[in-house]
Design a protein around this ligand. Structure first.
Ligand code: CUA
Length: 667
């Protein structure tokens, strides 16, 4: 086993040498000419005013966001904040969205977003929602694709490093999350070197088909390995889920060597219909487990948080038939199921072949009890009994595979920096194309579903080096667009990406472009601080709290002069954009504000909390260039010393002056 590791290490070293040679070639220039054919420019040109054919949603990796691009142009269309505060629009800063980032660890303003996953109907992306996982503090978010906004986030307890997430079942009944790091469950103070005894993994199934109602349906307690990626079965394998695991050595230190000892690790095949039965039969234990569920109320547009306190945990020993292990060489990373649902492709980072398991053979091996051994109640099936075939000499460092729906598979090769195309069934490599450099995931729109739109492939590359004008030590990571419509792959375009474009999903624009919300209906806004007309604005004091109700409309705020605030007060600006028109947004910022601005969608109310530090007059203004008189869209708020006799005043209508009077009477 030692020698086998050394061989892999030598291969890796040799291939790093090869990458060096690639860099050297690239820096000599003229690479563009040799890499793209003459018509590439016209293939990606989308004329001004014309639309792209596909949306693609890329995770922002350590930016905690999702970025939306058009294909084939590579145009950046939007950044959607998910797990990170976003100063550009106030997400996670304004009072309405702060609860979205609540966890049992408190308010977390950041995470690492890895795998976008489109919701599906009958195994095909349907454009309702995009799910994405948080890797650091395990969570799953739902983004509504009529608004391109994060609407819901659920935390995953008994998990650490939610990497194998949030892959969906064919009708998005569930999305899943598997723990990357095994941990003590429940997590308690134990010696780290008691790993083999005390550390466990979990696979979580989260109900996902009801907006605002995500919940942990059940968790499966697993051996203390690292769980990496997953994909649902489909067609004949519908009802099953496949997860890769590595570190079957159960090492707790120096994993780069110690977790590379075994020639084979495992794909865990989970029969989740069987899991449902076991839950129904009362075979799942209720385990105390705290986690948060946050969602945006649809009419007030205010996020709510609820704390949940238990999960149903299934131990495979008490639910036979729930999990089987498929031996898989070697430290497998990706696991991908082909569009027919028959083939399960694993990418062994250190493997010299791409192993493909057969679902039909797996079923037979289970019926025949072709078991090698059993681990914690999980039968290990014999490799030869489940193997459909192996792709020989594919390249170095196979990671992920997507499919074109025409019988071909495309695998990313991290070490040899290439995409390899091979044929399902014969396992022969039919084409390969270099990518620049060190590709992680790749994506074909619908390429992990039952119905790939097999026209383009996007390679997501970790290292950019010499591909763009240099920008200091950190370069943008890169995506490359490859035409896969013919026999030979053709490189069309490079474009830089935000954060780490870890994975992506794509679908034809026609599925969602005509379903976009253009504005929120003001009449339906139930935010308790909404101001629906200019006359309804005002200022009220409750002890040391001051609430200001204000409207924004082209090109003014009302009220726009405010007095009576004192040092020591906490001020809440509740600003409602009363426009009822598409793409007319206003912003709100005040001098010395403790948090970023507000950006206000038409019909929406957002609240900025402000604690003025000293007496003076502070201007506020609209930050979004909304009209010819945008620069006139401003106001002042006066702050007086604590105990000052300056009266509370807002220069709006008589009605609001009356409200002020009422408020004063109340004091
Ligand atoms: Cu409103 Cu600029």
């Amino acid at each position: 086993m030692k020698t086998s590791f050394k061989r892999s290490a030598m291969l890796a070293v040799a291939s790093i040498g090869a990458i060096g040679i690639l860099y050297a070639c690239a820096t000599k220039g003229a690479t563009t000419q040799s890499l793209v054919s003459g018509d590439a420019a016209s293939r990606v040109y989308v004329a001004p005013g014309s639309y792209d054919e596909f949306y693609t949603f890329m995770s922002g990796g350590y930016s905690g966001q999702v970025s939306v691009y058009g294909l084939p142009s590579g145009r950046l269309l939007k950044l959607i904040p998910v797990f990170s505060q976003f100063p550009e629009d106030g997400y996670g800063y304004n009072e309405e969205t702060k609860p979205m980032l609540q966890t049992t660890y408190g308010f977390l303003p950041w995470d690492d977003s890895h795998h976008p996953e489109l919701s599906q109907t009958d195994g095909v992306p349907d454009g309702r929602w995009l799910f994405i996982n948080a890797n650091n503090t395990p969570r799953i978010a739902r983004i509504d694709l009529t608004r391109f906004e994060t609407d819901e986030i659920i935390q995953i307890p008994n998990s650490a490093g939610g990497h194998a997430s949030p892959f969906t079942t064919p009708n998005s009944k569930y999305v899943v999350s598997a723990t990357r790091f095994s941990v003590p469950i429940p997590n308690t103070d134990v010696p780290i070197d008691s790993y083999k005894k005390n550390f466990k993994g979990t696979l979580s199934f989260i109900t996902a088909d009801q907006p605002g109602k995500m919940d942990i349906a059940f968790q499966i307690l697993m051996p203390g390995y690292n769980y990496d990626l997953g994909h649902a079965g489909k067609g004949p394998s519908d009802g099953w889920f496949f997860f890769t695991s590595y570190n079957s050595e159960q090492s707790n230190t120096k994993l780069e060597e110690n977790a590379s000892q075994n020639d084979k690790d495992f794909v865990a095949a989970v029969n989740y219909k069987r899991a449902e039965e076991c839950v129904t039969q009362g075979k799942a234990a209720s385990r105390p487990s705290d986690y948060m569920h946050n969602w945006i109320d649809s009419t007030s547009r205010i996020a709510k948080s609820e704390k949940k306190t238990s999960v149903k945990m299934i131990d495979p020993q008490s639910c036979p038939g729930i999990v089987y292990y498929l031996p898989t060489p070697k430290s497998p990373h990706g696991v991908d199921v082909d569009p027919t649902g028959e083939y399960i492709v694993a990418g062994g980072k250190l493997a010299t072949v791409i192993p493909v398991h057969s679902f039909t053979k797996m079923q037979k091996a289970i019926a025949d009890k072709a078991f090698e051994k059993e681990i914690d109640g999980i039968p290990v099936l014999k490799y030869d009994a489940v193997m459909a075939g192996e792709v020989q000499k594919p390249g170095l460092g196979p990671l992920h595979t997507e499919f074109d729906g025409k019988g071909y598979a495309y695998t990313s090769m991290f070490i040899s920096s290439e995409v390899v195309k091979w044929k399902l069934g014969t396992w022969e490599v039919v084409d390969r194309i270099p990518v620049y450099y060190s590709i992680g995931h790749l994506m074909i729109p619908g390429g992990d579903s039952k119905k790939p739109w097999g026209k383009y492939l996007v390679a997501m590359n970790k290292i950019t080096k010499d591909r763009y004008l240099p920008t200091g030590p950190e370069m943008a990571q890169s995506a490359q667009l490859i035409d896969i419509s013919g026999d030979k792959m053709k490189m069309l375009l490079d474009f830089p990406t935000i954060g780490e474009p870890h994975y992506a999903q794509g679908l034809p624009a026609s599925i969602i472009k005509d379903k976009q919300l253009k504005y929120h209906k003001l009449a339906e806004n139930t935010n308790p601080w909404v101001t629906k007309s200019e006359n309804d604005g005002g200022i009220t004091r409750t002890g040391k709290r001051v609430d200001i109700k204000m409207i924004a409309i082209r090109s003014h705020f009302a009220p726009d002069n405010l007095e009576g605030v004192q040092v020591g007060d906490t001020v809440y600006f509740h600003v409602t954009n009363i426009e009822q028109d598409w793409d007319i947004l206003h912003g709100f910022a005040v001098l010395g504000a403790n948090t970023p601005e507000l950006i206000l969608a038409p019909g929406e109310t957002r609240t900025l909390k402000w604690i003025p530090k000293g007496p003076g007059v502070y201007p506020f203004y609209c930050t979004d260039f909304c009209s010819a008189l945008h620069q006139e869209m401003q106001g002042y708020i006066r702050v007086s010393p604590a105990g000052s006799s300056v009266k509370l005043m807002a220069n709006v209508s008589k009605k609001s002056q009356a409200q002020i009077g009422d408020a004063k009477k109340g004091q």
